[in-house]
Design a protein around this ligand. Structure first.
Ligand SMILES: Cc1cc2nc3c(=O)[nH]c(=O)nc-3n(C[C@H](O)[C@H](O)[C@H](O)COP(=O)(O)OP(=O)(O)OC[C@H]3O[C@@H](n4cnc5c(N)ncnc54)[C@H](O)[C@@H]3O)c2cc1C
Length: 459
């Protein structure tokens, strides 16, 4: 289980194709969809034609054991346009929730419904947040009540990507009043189900090509088979939760698990925006002259660029680590998913704000894309857990980890017994090296060379 940053040929090719798609199909129309606040159907269609809009594509990304394919793809796509990017990847958020909760049969049934096929595209939504409860899941009030072979859902959801226009809505609802947020189930509500109302499409600051809506569920009736995971698994989970509460333990809601898994993916999106801003302001500062020289010659302009480039690379390493951990089932014991999301979203806001400053008056008007990127970036410190919530998750995890050493010290080693006995810094190795050095003037050179080869640390 080793963490390797060398991209494979397939990953390299994926990033190159995603970049080409973002450059040729997203960037040229980003301004239009931002102003019109229109859903970018033709770009989705092109994504589907190129193989970037299907459950199999995401299965391949998530199935990559290095964890790198998913963040590499996201960064390139969102480098093109975050609003259109969100419209393209929204079904993947719903799919991730389905993947964690559903039975294999339900996965087979609903995954194709989330994306459709080229020429017949479908949309999916993940509806968790409510007007009274975005950060605080204890405030979630949407309820599902069993009625014979059906469930009836009543409630109110807010800020839902693809809400009301999706073919598949993955909706969480409290099924056990006494357990509150710890007694939730996840349901699939198909678009057009009676009682599901699109109250309004929300008018947003940024990411305006994506559709975000307020939804109401008024006696929405779905069959029992739409409860993800099924009734038996739900009952088992509720029983475990009750037992855990009785014994004074804590139990997590299924919804929180979904967020931890998707945070590295969202972090990579923020990195795409941040990188676009740094590239743009660097190119501008190289060309723009003031007082007879390019403005980049001033440290007041150049140093922030250096700081931002450093912070972006640091955030990318956190993101790739979290993604690798998710791919290999390494638990986020120290809040590593949240660390990635926090670092990447904060640097996206800083980079885009700095890009406006670097462009001066030109940065403040719509002739250049940086003001749009600034508006887009701000979303990333708010959704999928605000920056404050990420800090709570990280600090709580650190508290619970009780002074565990960092991951690279704590993680189960991947090498064999040879590494343990003869690896760097071991006693045997030190003694052998000292003996070899003492003999080096007394043995023929080819023999000394051969000995040094043997002494090279095992890989
Ligand atoms: C464009 C957009 C798209 C979205 N898409 C989706 C979607 O597809 N599906 C979905 O379910 N949701 C979605 N959301 C909802 C999003 O996840 C929530 O808005 C977010 O979780 C914050 O919740 P809130 O807005 O209720 O803020 P609140 O929870 O009310 O927080 C308000 C402020 O208080 C701070 N705060 C709260 N509690 C604490 C605390 N304990 N300590 C310190 N500070 C605290 C917060 O950090 C924030 O700054 C989307 C939101 C937006 C804006």
């Amino acid at each position: 289980m080793s963490f390797d940053l060398t991209p494979t040929a397939a990953q390299h090719d994926l990033a190159a194709r995603a970049h080409e798609f973002a450059r040729d199909c997203l960037r040229p129309v980003a301004g239009y969809y931002d102003r019109a606040q229109e859903f970018p159907w033709p770009v989705l269609e092109e994504a589907a034609q190129r193989g970037f809009y299907s459950p199999l594509f995401y299965r391949d990304l998530i199935g990559d054991p290095t964890g790198l394919s998913l963040p590499m793809f996201m960064e390139e796509l969102f480098w093109g346009c975050a609003g259109i990017g969100l419209a393209i990847v929204m079904p993947a958020l719903a799919l991730s929730a389905i993947g964690q909760a559903a039975t294999p049969e339900q996965m087979l049934r609903w995954a194709p419904e989330c994306f459709g096929t080229p020429g017949d595209l479908k949309l999916a939504a993940l509806a968790i947040s409510e007007p009274e409860g975005g950060s605080d899941v204890r405030n979630l009030r949407t309820r599902a009540v069993r009625d014979g072979d059906d469930w009836i859902i009543d409630g109110h959801k807010m800020w839902i990507g693809n809400g009301g226009i999706a073919d598949v809505h993955v909706v969480n609802a409290v099924v056990d009043q006494e357990l509150g947020h710890r007694g939730q189930g996840l349901f699939v509500v198909p678009g057009g189900t009676p009682g599901l109302e699109l109250v309004r499409k929300l008018d947003k600051l940024g990411c305006r090509a994506s559709h975000t809506a307020e939804l109401r569920f008024d006696g929405v009736r779905v069959p029992a088979e739409n409860l993800l995971g099924g009734s038996e698994r739900l009952e088992r989970r509720l029983a475990t939760t009750r037992e855990s509460i009785r014994s004074g333990g804590r139990s997590r809601s299924a919804t929180l698990g979904t967020f931890e898994q998707t945070r590295p993916m969202v972090a990579a999106q923020a990195l795409g925006i941040a990188r676009a801003a740094v590239e743009y302001m660097t190119a501008y500062a190289n060309k723009r002259e003031a007082f007879g020289a390019p403005i980049i010659d001033n440290q007041g302009i150049a140093f922030p660029i250096a700081d931002l480039a450093t912070r972006i690379d640091a955030a990318r390493l956190l993101t790739w680590r979290a993604s690798w951990m998710a791919a290999n089932g390494v638990p986020f014991d120290r809040g590593e998913g949240s660390m990635a999301k926090l670092a990447a979203s904060e640097v996206a806001v800083q980079a885009t704000e700095r890009a406006i400053q670097t462009l001066g008056g030109w940065g403040y008007i719509t002739d250049h894309p940086v003001e749009k990127w600034f508006r887009d970036a701000k979303l990333y410190t708010i959704f999928e857990g605000t920056s404050e919530i990420q800090r709570i998750v990280i600090s709580t995890a650190l508290g619970a980890a009780e002074g565990k050493p960092p991951l690279h010290v704590d993680l189960e080693p991947s090498g064999g017994a040879l590494s343990k006995m003869f690896g760097r810094g071991t006693e045997v190795r030190t003694r052998a090296a000292a003996a070899a050095l003492a003999l080096k003037d007394r043995v023929p050179e080819p023999l000394a060379r051969a000995a040094m080869r043997v002494l090279r640390p095992p890989r």
